[in-house]
Every structure is written in structure tokens, then in C-alpha cells.
Design a protein around this ligand. Structure first.
Ligand code: BGC
Length: 659
């Protein structure tokens, strides 16, 4: 037995022994991947390969060649605002990765939604760094509890698909840290993720894989990340051997491009890189090979496609669906015989297909479409003509095709395809009881048709059980409780990145001129009325928040305060509410947003039930990035806490003093 195989030895000894056992040629071999999803095995030393799998919605087909549980997309998970669900789905995905004999899941994707047109909006959590980190942390924790490594991607500022391989994102220091790196930092410091994926694009002049500032200075030195960094697939094409070794890239994926023997040898000969540096990068990776049990002979078997995972997929969809508009028409009566006409391009569309949406595509063994979900209801009669129907339900949205929520292509417009808009309008003329259900991954402009319809539901891409979840919401078995993790603008020009062609889409460069004013921070500052604000979502019941108390009003920077809210369900059905806490610095030495999310909690209440909801808020989260000290700073003085049910419906305001 080699010492590195000996589980009884200390981790560092095993790591050192591993690297010392390798010849220079074997070291080179380990620096790049093979067969798309694997590290290279070294037979002489019985070193097995470590395997990876996409992606954020479950174990993707192309990286496992198996059908697996298709969970709702990340945007839907984020809309639940439910950290426990995020942890549970992390555990479940870990079990599925294990069941296909892989070691790392290429997830979560935590880039910030800078523009709603980003083709991968569906794969990311939010426009807000706080919500992103609070939901991503439990996901990582759950996943890694199964000894499956998370791969936090795409580091960093991969915020558009247009020219994603080459575009140079120009971002000032404060914005970079305060908006685009904040969740990466918090995840590193609090959940110890095992790997990172470096992005394709450039950030301030350097591609992700050879960006010494992002990897060596910030990730390694400042945040003390002790996992390893791999490239995005083929991202090294645009970089150099020396640049990547010196920046800190341990593994180029999916195959050798720049970490070739010849290039590495000549870089060593010319003293552009050192063997110690290569050893250090390999040690980072070996540590994770040990943690993910690559060397273990007997490992616990995983589980995939279980009933439990399907139920979890359905639960996330049920909690993530957002009710955007309801003029009393929903829920539909489930005790009466109803005539329903169904229309729209997503009525019976399966979204779990090869390459749908790109690398995150999971193909499930079966998929409940909206039509299947409605079809199992016995009390309804489907009719063709909207005029004959009691209600019309239109299942529309986008479809993961090119320019419609797909990797590699940004969307070309904020609104639905014109034919769908026209169809909605024509249907409403025939039958005003028309309900629109959107199946898509990000904001949709609705100005043309919103007034004509009495109800709109955002169902996101709800996964393999989505049709059941949607039907349950429509018929009131489930009371919707999802809240938007992203602002829905009225029109694309209202959106912060869309003031000028060089702020989006850019060409060689894209200027992040809006600075820290991304998402609701921008809409609030410039007083722009969104179509639906951040944090918004309706319910079939009404919640009343009567009192709000803080456990302290004078605090220090290290403290956590607890906000206690008395909340009552004053309606007729049970439901859940997400209470949100926003902060603003009353007197600040720098320009700061009017509202920044710093806390939230979700509570379920039966009709007439009243409870005290406690929301912990960390004063550290009040910090801004101070460019004079290149670090976070919480200034002393007064802060205003604004507490409510969305970023634009604030019920309580409280002042606290930070000493
Ligand atoms: C994507 C990554 C993905 C990788 C492997 C890339 O094109 O950007 O998110 O993990 O492919 O499929």
C-alpha cells in the first residue's frame, strides 16, 4: 500500500507522500483532464481518476449517460427563499452524483444577474449577493455532506453569454467585491467548498484561468481557499501555460491544451514557473481526491431516481412558483366540474432533453408536463374553444432553445415571442377568464398583455414533477409562497446594464458603469417603477404583521441582532410568508444603496394562526467595500432597518446604532 492510500495517516502526510511519489511527467499528466469528465489515472501508482458531472439542476445526461432526477432550476430554488430546501437538494444531488460514480458536481452557479437577458439566468440564484450566498451555502453544505465536492462557478463575473469566451468585463474594485465576489467570498469562508471553476471571460484584462488577482491574491491569499481551481471547459484555449500555473489553475478541463509536457518543460527551463508551484497546485487537488474518496476501495453507494428525490423536486417547484397577479380568479374551484381550454407553446413541452439550456440539461426518466398535471384532475373537462370554457389556461414562456434561456446565447428580447403575445391577446378577447402560466428562467416584459389577464403565475423551469406542482397551485392544493429573486423590469431599457451599447452587450469590452447599482439597488436609486419588484410574490391568504421588536438597538460590528415579528395568517387557507429585512446606512461617507437585503425568514401558518418569527441579522452584512483600505467596512452610526414582504412593501422601520 502506498502511504497516500492509507486512511489512518494524517491528511497532510498523505498529500505530501502522493506528490513526492510522482515523476515530473506524471505531475504534468495530472494537471489536465481526459475523456471530458475525468482526471487522468496514473497506473504505476494505482491512482484512480476523479470524475465530474454537470450541473446545477441534477446530474446531467451528457456527463453520466444516465437519466436522473431533474430538479427545478436554480432560479426556482432561489424563489423558495427556503434554506432547508437548499440543503436538502444539495444532499439529494450528492447522492445522485455518488450513484453515477462521480466525485464532483459542477454546481452551484452563483453569478449575479446583471442583465435579465443573460442566457443562463435560470442557472443562477439572484441579482442580490446576500440571497445568493444564503441559499448557496446550505446547498454546498448538503452536497459536501455526501463527500461529493461542490464546484463553485463561474469565477467570476461571467454575467452574459454574448462573447462569453473573449469579453473583458471592466469592473471597479468596489463593485467587484461588493456585488460580484461577495457570495463567492462568503461561501469560501463559511462552507469550505472543495473546488472552483474559473470563467471563460476576462475580468479587468485577464481571463479567469490566468487571472492572478482573482485566484492567487483574492481566492488563495485573502480568502484562504484551500481547495483547487479547474478551468471551465476549453477555457484554457485563450490562455498561456505560464499564466495559468502562476495564477493558480490546478486542472485544465476537459483535456490537455496548455498543460502539455513540452510547454510545461520549456516554462520550467526558462524559469517562468517552478516545480514547487506545480506541487502546490497538485496538493490542492489531491486533498480533494482524498476527501471525495477517490482512493477508497469501499464507498457508500449513492441513490438516484428515488421517490424521495422526486418528492423533493416537486416540493421545490411548489415552493418556488411565484404568483405574480391574481384578481381573485385563483385558485380554481376543485370541487366543481369545470370546462377548461388549454393553450400555449409550453403546454406539453418536455424541458428535460439533451442540451436543452446547455450543460445543465438533465434528462429525467419521465416528466410531468403542465398538460399531464392538469390531465390527472378528474373534475375538469378539457375543451378546445376558449369561448366554451369556464377558464383558459395558457402555458407559455421560453423553451431553453437558442436565445431562449440557453447557455451560449443571450436572449434577444425581454418579452415573449410575438406569436405568443398575440395569442394571449386574442384569447383574452374570446374569454376574459384567462390565466397565464410562465415557464421560463428569468424576467419577462408583460406590458402588452398584463392588463388583459386576471392572473399570472411564474413557474420557472419546474423540473420533472413540475406539472403536478403547477396544477396544485392552480387548484389551491398548494398556496403559492415563492418570491422573486430578481426584479422584473417593465422594459429592457429600465434595466441597469442597458443604458448604452458599451455597458451591454459590449464588444471586446463591457463596462460595468452602473457600479454597485445592480437589480433593485438600481431601480430604487433612480426611482424606476419595476413591473414586479425584487422579493415580490402573492399568496391566496393574507398575512398581518402586527409588531416588530429588536433584541438590541445599540450593537457592535461583530454582533448578530434578532428581529422578532408577530405575524398572523388572517385569511381562510394555510400559507407561508417570507419576511425580508433591508438595511440602509443613514449617514454614510460613501454613496450607498437605499435598500440592501440583510436577512429573511420563511414561516408557515394555518388560518388564524399567529406566531413570533425570529430573523437573525449579522451586522457584518451591513459592510461596504472600502477602496481606501481594500477591505470591508461597517461604519459606525445609525442604520435604518426596513422590514416587509418585498423590497417595495415595507411594513416596519427601525433604527439601530452601530458602535
Ligand atoms: C459551462 C460550465 C459547465 C461545463 C461542463 C461549460 O460550457 O460553462 O458551466 O460545467 O461546460 O459542461
Amino acid at each position: 500500500m502506498y502511504s497516500f492510500e492509507n486512511e489512518r495517516l494524517d491528511l497532510n502526510m498523505r498529500i505530501n507522500d502522493f506528490v513526492e511519489s510522482l515523476t515530473l511527467k506524471e505531475k504534468f499528466k495530472l494537471l489536465s483532464g481526459t475523456r471530458y469528465w475525468w482526471t487522468k489515472p496514473i497506473r504505476r501508482l494505482r491512482i484512480p481518476r476523479m470524475g465530474m458531472s454537470d450541473g446545477p439542476n441534477g446530474v446531467a445526461y451528457h456527463s453520466s449517460f444516465r437519466k436522473n432526477t431533474q430538479f427545478p432550476v436554480t432560479k426556482c430554488l432561489a424563489s423558495t427563499w427556503d434554506k432547508q430546501l437548499a440543503e436538502r437538494v444539495g444532499v439529494a444531488m450528492g447522492e445522485e452524483v455518488r450513484a453515477v460514480n462521480k466525485h464532483i458536481l459542477l454546481a452551484p452557479g452563483i453569478n449575479i444577474d446583471r442583465t435579465p437577458l443573460n442566457g443562463r439566468t435560470f442557472e443562477y440564484f439572484s441579482e442580490d449577493p446576500f440571497l445568493t450566498k444564503e441559499m448557496a451555502k446550505p446547498f454546498v453544505k448538503g452536497l459536501q455532506s455526501q463527500n461529493i465536492g461542490a464546484c463553485i462557478k463561474h469565477y467570476a463575473a461571467n454575467n452574459q453569454e454574448f462573447k462569453r469566451y473573449t469579453i473583458n468585463a471592466l469592473i471597479d474594485e468596489r463593485t467587484l467585491h461588493e456585488i460580484y465576489l461577495r457570495s463567492f467570498e462568503d461561501i469560501v469562508k463559511n462552507t469550505n467548498p472543495w473546488s472552483f471553476m474559473a470563467c471563460y471571460n476576462k475580468v479587468n484584462g485577464f481571463h479567469g484561468c490566468e487571472n492572478p488577482h482573482l485566484i492567487q491574491d483574492i481566492l488563495f491569499n485573502k480568502w484562504k481557499f484551500d481547495g483547487f481551481v479547474m478551468s471551465d471547459w476549453f477555457a484554457t484555449r485563450f490562455t498561456s501555460t505560464t499564466g495559468c500555473i502562476n495564477a493558480g489553475l490546478s486542472l485544465e478541463m476537459p483535456r490537455t491544451i496548455i498543460y502539455k509536457k513540452k510547454s510545461l518543460l520549456s516554462a520550467l527551463d526558462e524559469n517562468q514557473i517552478t516545480e514547487e508551484r506545480i506541487d502546490e497546485l497538485l496538493k490542492r487537488m489531491v486533498k480533494i481526491m482524498i476527501k471525495t474518496e477517490v482512493f477508497k476501495k469501499k464507498i457508500a453507494r449513492g441513490r438516484r431516481n428515488t421517490e424521495e428525490h422526486r418528492q423533493l423536486a416537486q416540493k421545490i417547484a411548489e415552493e418556488g412558483i411565484v404568483l405574480l397577479k391574481n384578481e381573485g380568479i385563483l385558485p380554481l374551484n376543485s370541487s366543481k366540474e369545470l370546462k377548461i381550454a388549454i393553450k400555449g407553446r409550453n403546454t406539453n413541452k418536455k424541458m428535460g432533453k439533451f442540451n436543452y439550456g446547455g450543460s445543465s440539461a438533465v434528462i429525467p426518466p419521465f416528466e410531468i408536463t403542465p398538460l399531464n398535471g392538469i390531465g390527472v384532475r378528474t373534475h375538469i373537462k378539457l375543451v378546445k374553444d376558449p369561448k366554451e370554457a369556464d377558464y383558459v389556461i395558457i402555458f407559455t414562456g421560453l423553451n431553453h432553445g437558442k436565445h431562449e434561456d440557453a447557455e451560449g446565447f443571450d436572449r434577444l428580447q425581454l418579452h415573449l415571442p410575438e406569436e405568443e403575445e398575440k395569442m394571449i391577446m386574442e384569447t383574452c378577447e374570446k374569454n376574459p377568464n384567462t390565466i397565464v402560466v410562465l415557464i421560463n428562467g428569468g424576467p419577462i416584459a408583460m406590458e402588452k398583455w398584463l392588463n388583459a389577464v386576471p392572473a399570472v403565475i411564474e413557474a420557472w423551469y419546474p423540473g420533472m414533477m413540475g406539472g403536478h406542482a403547477i396544477a396544485k397551485v392552480l387548484f389551491g392544493d398548494i398556496n403559492p409562497s415563492g418570491k422573486l429573486p430578481i426584479t422584473f423590469p417593465k422594459k429592457i431599457d429600465d434595466s441597469p446594464a442597458h443604458t448604452n451599447p458599451d455597458t451591454y452587450p459590449g464588444d471586446k469590452q463591457v463596462h460595468y458603469r452602473e457600479g454597485i447599482y445592480v437589480g433593485y439597488r438600481y431601480f430604487d436609486k433612480f426611482n424606476i417603477e419595476p413591473l414586479f419588484p425584487f422579493g415580490f410574490g402573492l399568496s391566496y391568504t393574507t398575512f398581518e404583521m402586527s409588531t416588530c421588536e429588536l433584541d438590541k438597538e445599540i450593537v457592535t460590528r461583530e454582533e448578530i441582532i434578532t428581529i422578532k415579528i408577530n405575524i398572523k395568517n388572517i385569511g381562510m387557507v394555510s400559507g407561508a410568508e417570507v419576511v425580508q429585512v433591508y438595511v440602509s446606512d443613514v449617514e454614510s461617507s460613501v454613496d450607498r444603496p437605499q435598500n440592501e437585503l440583510v436577512g429573511f425568514a420563511k414561516i408557515s401558518l394555518q388560518p388564524q394562526e399567529e406566531k413570533v418569527l425570529c430573523i437573525p441579522v449579522r451586522i457584518e452584512d451591513f459592510a461596504f467595500w472600502d477602496v481606501s483600505i481594500h477591505d470591508w467596512k461597517v461604519e459606525s452610526g445609525e442604520y435604518r432597518l426596513r422590514i416587509g414582504s418585498s423590497s417595495r412593501s415595507i411594513i416596519f422601520e427601525k433604527i439601530i446604532m452601530v458602535e
